[in-house]
Design a protein around this ligand. Structure first.
Ligand code: GLU
Ligand code: ZN
Length: 295
């Protein structure tokens, strides 16, 4: 089967060092296997998005010579597809409306325990949850091997459409990965836990689950994922090479001295040629002590 991979950023801000690592890792993994590399914009949550971030992310990928194949897919244009799947599951009694508030769930220990499963509620003011009858408590990760998922997370009937009408990440990501024929997901280790839910949705949809590879996550000294809040500034578009080399070192490459005088396309080509999963650090988090303002 031909390899199809993807990079799926959420346009909540410019591309920062952490997202560059995910972009590069998925790119090298695809291109080292002569695969296709797609970009999908996960613009599902407008209140969290920054105006212009999607275009900025695409421009930044181009500046780093990470050229995607085909057209960029935008999740904001796919609401009707998500909605019809949800309606089908509601009809088939595979999903149901839930009116529990976050506060109520918190009071019950933080996990939703199926309170509304048999209540046959109406849509008004409700979220939609999928019935999890066969929890996925482990999966095989290409770097980490057999990977366990906490039981409580695996068992929870999780939300596929929020009370505010927004479609949930787990739903959209699976519908779109299937639609785009993705054969392997390469992304940050912060998404190990939802992987079980996503594999569950493949099963519910009668699809064969795909392969997963989780990359180390760049975190700050206090263990937080790089984000807009903790000086994860956008990486430089004008001077991409320093960030590119740092991200490649983060992914475990030992760079030759000659790389110092190489052009960006030569660096990327070198990376494709030398990418091996054995060199990728096995840690799920790596503290990045530097600020991302490299230029
Ligand atoms: N959009 C998600 C993020 O930016 C990534 C989704 C995925 O790769 O599955 O965190
Ligand atoms: Zn409920």
């Amino acid at each position: 089967m031909d390899y199809i991979g993807r990079f799926a950023p959420s346009p909540s801000g410019p591309l920062h060092f952490g997202s560059l690592v995910a972009a590069l890792g998925s790119y090298f993994q695809a291109k080292s296997q002569q695969g296709t590399w797609l970009v999908r914009m996960e613009d599902l949550d407008p209140p969290r998005e920054m105006l212009g971030a999607a275009d900025l992310i695409l421009k930044t990928l181009e500046a780093y010579h990470l050229f995607w194949d085909g057209e960029v897919m935008y999740q904001s244009q796919r609401h009707s597809i998500y909605q019809s799947q949800i309606e089908q599951w509601l009809t088939e009694n595979k999903a149901y409306y839930c009116q529990c508030t976050r506060k109520q769930i918190k009071a019950n220990g933080g996990y939703y325990l199926g309170h509304c499963r048999e209540q046959h509620l109406q849509a008004e003011g409700c979220a939609v949850r999928i019935k999890v009858n066969t929890p996925i408590t482990e999966f095989y990760d290409l770097k980490h091997g057999k990977t366990a998922i906490p039981q409580a997370i695996a068992e929870e009937d999780f939300i596929i459409k929020r009370r505010d009408g927004l479609y949930a990440y787990n739903l959209a990501v699976v519908i779109d990965d299937i639609e785009q024929g993705v054969t392997e997901v390469v992304r940050g280790a912060d998404l190990i836990e939802p992987t079980g839910r996503q594999i569950g949705l493949y099963n519910t949809l009668g699809q064969t689950p795909i392969q997963y590879l989780h990359l180390p996550l760049a975190v700050t000294e206090n263990g937080a994922k790089l984000s807009k809040q903790n000086h994860a500034d956008g990486i430089s578009i004008e001077n991409p090479i320093p960030s590119l080399l740092q991200a490649m070192q983060f992914l475990g490459f030992t760079l030759p001295e000659s790389i110092d005088t190489a052009k960006i396309d030569e660096i990327i080509t070198w990376g494709i040629k030398h990418w091996h999963l054995t060199q990728l650090p096995v840690e799920t988090q790596i503290t990045t002590l530097f600020s991302n303002r490299v230029s």
